[in-house]
Ligand binder design. Structure first.
Ligand SMILES: [Zn+2]
Length: 136
């Protein structure tokens, strides 16, 4: 199994993902957009046990579509978004793929909240699109 490493811009927060992600998901929701300062976020869905972090993150308690809290962790020094723990995805962590050291071998297969996608965004080849959240 492949171990992937990543971290924030300033280097305070570092992490390892110790096994292949369950999924690579592009999220177009307005919260991800704001939190990333970009058009969408790319997330690795990984088991909590496969995620190992050094350095403290701060977190924002956000509210997801489900009405349940999600915890958006970011570096308190440089502000890089690192990962999110969503109450409706218990035991899983959503790692912000843009913070990985290397992007090799990670092909997004799912796009969610496409109803909020930027008008210029071209659907990603080979990815299944959901207008809102994917069915559970
Ligand atoms: Zn930092």
């Amino acid at each position: 199994m492949k171990v992937r490493e990543g971290g924030c811009l300033c280097g305070t927060v570092r992490y390892k993902v110790k096994d292949e992600p369950q999924a690579v998901v592009i999220c177009h929701c307005t919260h991800c957009r704001r939190a990333s300062g970009s058009a969408f976020s790319v997330n690795l869905l990984v088991k909590e046990g496969d995620y190992e972090q050094t350095g403290e993150t701060k977190f924002l308690v956000d509210t997801g579509d489900s009405g349940q809290p999600s915890y958006r962790h970011f570096c308190g020094n440089c502000g890089s978004p690192i990962m999110t723990k969503a109450t409706n995805l218990l035991g899983m962590v959503l790692v912000k793929a843009g913070t990985l050291d290397e992007q090799d071998g990670l092909q997004p297969r799912v796009e969610i909240y496409t109803e909020h996608a930027m008008k210029w965004h071209v659907p990603v080849a080979g990815a299944v699109r959901f207008p809102q959240a994917p069915p559970a």
